[in-house]
Structures are given as C-alpha cells and as structure tokens.
Ligand binder design. Structure first.
Ligand SMILES: NC(=O)C1=CN([C@@H]2O[C@H](COP(=O)(O)OP(=O)(O)OC[C@H]3O[C@@H](n4cnc5c(N)ncnc54)[C@H](O)[C@@H]3O)[C@@H](O)[C@H]2O)C=CC1
Ligand SMILES: O=C(O)[C@@H]1CCC=N1
Length: 279
C-alpha cells in the first residue's frame, strides 16, 4: 500500500516540488511520510518544508536507510555523487525510482548493492497540477508489483504509460521537455497578440483557454489533430491565412528537429554519465 510507504526525495528542485505538490494534493501519501533532501541549499528545503509540511532531511544516511522508496531527482551529472551515498545505505528491500533524464537503470543498478529494484520514469512539471504525462519502465531487478507501485505514484499526478526503457529518451525529448515547447509557443503567441493590438492580460486569458480547450477537444472527442484543425479552417478564411505562414516556415520540420535534438541530448548525457562511472 502506497499510503504506508516512506518516500525519500533526493533532490529538491523543480520536478521534486511538482511531484510533491501533486502527490500531496492527490492524498495518496501523507506529508509525514515524505522526506526531501538536496545537496546544500537549506533555505530551499525549509521553504518546501513550510509549504508542504513534509520532513526536510536532517540525517540523510538514516533517512535513506529507513525509506521504502528513494526518488532520484537530481541533475544527471550529479547522479554518481548521489548514488555513492545512497548506495552505501540501501538494501534490496528498498526500491529506487529515477526521474533523471538519460541515465539508464543499468547505470544506476551498477552503483547499488545487487538486487535493488530500479524503476525509471519520465514525468513532466505538470505533475504540480496532477496533469503529468509520465512514461515508466522497470530495471532488471524490479518486479511487476514494484512497477505497479511506481505506477501508483505517477498515476496520482497524471497519466502513466509503460514503455520499453530504450524509448525513454524519446519520451524525454517529447513529453518530458514538451511543456517548455508549449510554453514557448504560448509566449510567442502572447507577443503576437500584443502586436495586433490586444493587452497582455487579454492575450493571456484568451490563450490559456484556447490551449485548454484544444487539449480538451483532443481528449474528449478522440479525434485526430488534423481533423480538428480542419474544423477550424474555413476555405479562404483567417486560419488558412495564418497556417500558410506556419507552413512556409516549416513548423513541422522545426518541431521534428527540436524533439530529435532533445532525444539525442538525453542519450548523449546517459552515455557520458555511464562513462564517468566510478569503479
Ligand atoms: N524539470 C523538469 O521538467 C524535469 C526534470 N526531470 C529530471 O529531474 C532531475 C531534476 O531536475 P530539476 O528538478 O529540474 O533540477 P533542479 O536543478 O531544479 O534540482 C536538482 C536538485 O538536486 C539536488 N541535488 C544535487 N546533487 C544532489 C545529491 N547528491 N543528493 C541529493 N540532492 C542533490 C540539488 O540540490 C537540487 O535540489 C533531472 O535529472 C531532470 O532530468 C525529469 C522530468 C522533468
Ligand atoms: O531539460 C531537461 O534536461 C529535463 C528533462 C526533461 C525536462 N527537463
């Protein structure tokens, strides 16, 4: 039962906060059972403790040893240092969930005692409002039951899709980084709206609802995006005029390159980190 588990977050950054907020609001794990730790910013930990009522780490080694589930949420290049400490205090009765981009379960497993279950997941920051799109896979020691526990955590903060581990870098390039692409588009549309004479507040209000409505249409109708786009596009009308400009600039190609580049970067980081592995 997830409600009885002790969770230890190694990392107190954007994704940890998003997950914490989402999990607490979903009510699946009580705040008393969550401890959060970071490398050195005590002020940040106090802020999280005050905002969410969770424990902030006091005695890392004991807290790691006591946790049922340890969530790795540090920057990829900090993972070796974190695993040195965690690896020294963990047993196969515990489970590790990593949300670290690019780093394979194999790299993580190799720095833990033999047999520790490792689950790898790629959520996004919409975890904050329980609307993450998370993909998940299990390492070689994780059982189906342990994967189910991992899924329960992420299901409380959004949707969960099981994928083969080798697909996680692509997921990272698509939906892990995805919110940033969408915010960039909204940012640009906000500027565009102001250029054609609307106030910033009006643009914001109209665009948030447009984004929300479009996502809801995709979800509720189950129609494909091309069909929904066609419904907006009257012959020789305004949408056609606007879309022609996006086609001219080859928006699809740009987005394809962005996702490919982000995916490549995840793989590249994973390889660099694996090569840096302490012996
Ligand atoms: N920000 C995002 O949208 C997403 C991030 N991720 C992954 O989550 C990880 C964290 O990302 P952010 O939260 O954005 O980074 P961040 O820079 O906001 O936070 C990283 C945290 O890790 C802590 N840390 C560093 N070394 C540590 C150690 N040895 N032990 C414990 N804590 C340590 C830092 O003090 C900091 O609190 C990254 O690996 C990233 O790939 C995954 C999905 C989405
Ligand atoms: O930018 C990054 O590397 C992380 C991984 C997915 C989202 N943020």
């Amino acid at each position: 039962m997830l409600a009885e588990k002790l969770l230890f977050f190694a990392g107190a950054g954007a994704i940890s906060e998003a997950m914490l907020k989402g999990l607490l609001e979903a009510g699946v794990v009580p705040a008393e059972q969550i401890t959060v730790n970071n490398r050195k910013n005590r002020e940040r930990l106090f802020q999280l403790g005050q905002s969410y009522g969770i424990h902030i780490s006091q005695q890392r080694e004991q807290e790691i040893a006591a946790a049922d589930i340890i969530i790795l949420a540090m920057k990829p290049f900090d993972i070796h240092q974190a695993l040195q400490e965690i690896g020294a205090n963990i047993t196969p009765q515990q489970m590790v969930i990593s949300v670290v981009a690019g780093v394979s379960t194999e790299t993580i497993e190799s720095q833990l005692v033999e047999g520790v279950a490792v689950i790898r997941a790629m959520p996004n920051t919409s975890s904050f409002v329980q609307a993450s799109a998370t993909a998940i896979s299990r390492g070689k020691h994780a059982t189906i039951e342990q994967l189910e526990q991992g899924k329960q955590i992420f299901a409380a903060i959004g949707s969960v899709t099981e994928v083969e581990e080798q697909q996680l870098d692509a997921v990272t390039g698509l939906s892990g980084s995805g919110p940033a692409y969408i915010y960039y588009v909204i940012e640009s549309l906000m500027q565009a709206g102001q250029q054609v004479g609307l106030s910033e507040e009006t643009c914001r209000e109209l665009l948030i609802q447009t984004l929300y409505g479009s996502a809801k249409m995709l979800k509720v109708t189950g129609k494909n995006p091309q069909e929904l786009r066609r419904q907006v596009t009257s012959p020789n009308g305004t949408t056609m005029a606007g879309l022609a400009v996006l086609e001219q600039g080859d928006l699809p190609d740009l987005l394809k390159k962005a996702v490919e580049q982000a995916t490549r970067r995840a793989t590249e980081m994973g390889q660099e980190i694996s090569a840096m592995q302490p012996t």
